[in-house]
Write a protein that binds this ligand. Structure first.
Ligand SMILES: Nc1ncnc2c1ncn2[C@@H]1O[C@H](COP(=O)(O)OP(=O)(O)O)[C@@H](O)[C@H]1O
Ligand SMILES: CC(C)(COP(=O)(O)O)[C@@H](O)C(=O)NCCC(=O)O
Ligand SMILES: [K+]
Length: 248
C-alpha cells in the first residue's frame, strides 16, 4: 500500500492508497509525527511506498522521513520545487520559494479544470493562486487563516478572551456582534469572506466567467456558502502530489 502525506504548518493530512495508487483505503488528520505513527501502526497497513509534501523545515521533514523508514521500511519520495510541470509554469520570480503545497494544489486544480482556475486554500494561512488557461501561474496571495486571526487578537489584547464553544455558537449568524466573542468571530469571518470575494473579482477581470474555483484546506467549509459554484476538493494537494511524484 501507498502512504501519502501533506505536512502543513498545523496538521499532517495522511491517506493510504491500495497498491494501484488510486483507491483510497483510509486517511486522517493528525497534529504530530507521534500521532501519525500511532495512527498508521494501529491500522496495520502493509505500507511499501510513501510520497509526501511538506512546508515544514527540512530538519522536521527529514526527521519524520527517518521515523517512517525506521517504523515501516517504506521508500519515500518527496515533492520538490519545479519551474514547470504538467503544462503549468510556476509564476514566482524564484520558483523554489513558492510553497510546495500551493504548487501541488494548483497543479491539481489546473489538471481537474483543464483550463483557467483560482485555487483557494484555507489552512494555517489562506492562499490564493491564479492559473491561466495556457497554464501560466500568475502568482497569488497569502493572508492569515481563521485560527491565526483569532489567536492574534486573543494574544495581543487584554480583554478578548473566550472559549471554543462560545466561538462555534457565534457563527450561527453574521449580524453585528453584541458580545466580544460574536464581534471577533464574525469580524474575522467577514475578513475571510471579503478576501474570497476580492479574489473572485480579480479572476473575473482576468478571465470573465471562464474559470473554475477550487476550495481546499481544513477550513474550506467556512466559505463554501460564499462561492456556491466552487468545487470543494479537500484532497486537491494529493491530486497534485500524485502528478509530481509518480510511483514506478
Ligand atoms: N479533522 C480536523 N483536524 C484538525 N483541523 C481540522 C479538521 N477539520 C478541519 N479542520 C480545520 O482545519 C484547519 C487547518 O487546516 P489545514 O489545511 O490542515 O492547515 P495546515 O495545512 O496549515 O496544517 C484548522 O484550523 C481547523 O479549523
Ligand atoms: C503559505 C504557506 C505558509 C501555507 O501553509 P499552510 O497554511 O498550508 O500550512 C506555505 O505554502 C509556505 O510556507 N509557503 C512559502 C511562502 C510562499 O509560498 O511564498
Ligand atoms: K495546506
Amino acid at each position: 500500500m501507498i502512504l501519502e502525506l501533506d505536512c502543513g504548518n498545523s496538521f499532517i493530512k495522511w491517506r493510504v492508497l491500495r497498491a494501484d495508487a488510486v483507491t483510497p483505503v483510509d486517511g486522517g488528520v493528525v497534529s504530530s509525527d507521534n500521532d501519525l505513527l500511532v495512527s498508521l501502526d494501529a491500522e496495520k497497513f502493509q505500507l511499501k511506498k510513501c510520497r509526501l509534501v511538506s512546508v515544514r523545515t527540512s530538519d522536521e521533514t527529514d526527521s519524520l522521513v527517518a521515523r517512517l523508514v525506521a517504523a515501516f521500511g517504506v521508500s519515500v519520495v518527496r515533492a520538490v520545487p519545479t519551474r514547470e510541470m504538467a503544462g503549468v509554469k510556476n509564476g514566482y520570480e524564484d520558483f523554489e520559494r513558492l510553497g510546495l503545497d500551493r504548487w501541488l494544489a494548483l497543479l491539481g486544480g489546473y489538471h481537474l479544470a483543464a483550463g483557467a482556475c483560482l485555487v483557494l486554500d484555507f489552512g494555517t494561512a489562506i492562499t490564493a493562486d491564479f492559473v491561466a488557461a495556457d497554464g501560466a501561474h500568475l502568482g497569488g496571495f497569502i493572508c492569515p487563516g481563521m485560527p491565526l486571526m483569532r489567536n492574534q487578537l486573543r494574544t495581543h489584547t487584554r480583554r478578548i478572551r473566550y472559549d471554543d464553544t462560545a466561538a462555534e455558537r457565534a457563527h450561527e449568524s453574521l449580524a453585528p456582534g453584541r458580545a466580544t466573542v460574536e464581534a471577533v468571530e464574525r469580524g474575522c469571518m467577514l475578513m475571510l469572506r471579503g478576501f474570497v470575494l476580492t479574489q473572485l473579482e480579480l479572476a473575473r477581470q482576468y478571465w470573465g466567467q471562464d474559470f473554475v474555483v477550487f476550495l481546499t484546506g481544513g477550513d474550506a467549509n467556512l466559505v463554501s456558502g460564499v462561492v456556491p459554484d466552487a468545487r470543494v476538493v479537500p484532497d486537491l494537494v494529493f491530486v497534485g502530489l500524485a502528478m509530481a511524484c509518480p510511483l514506478s
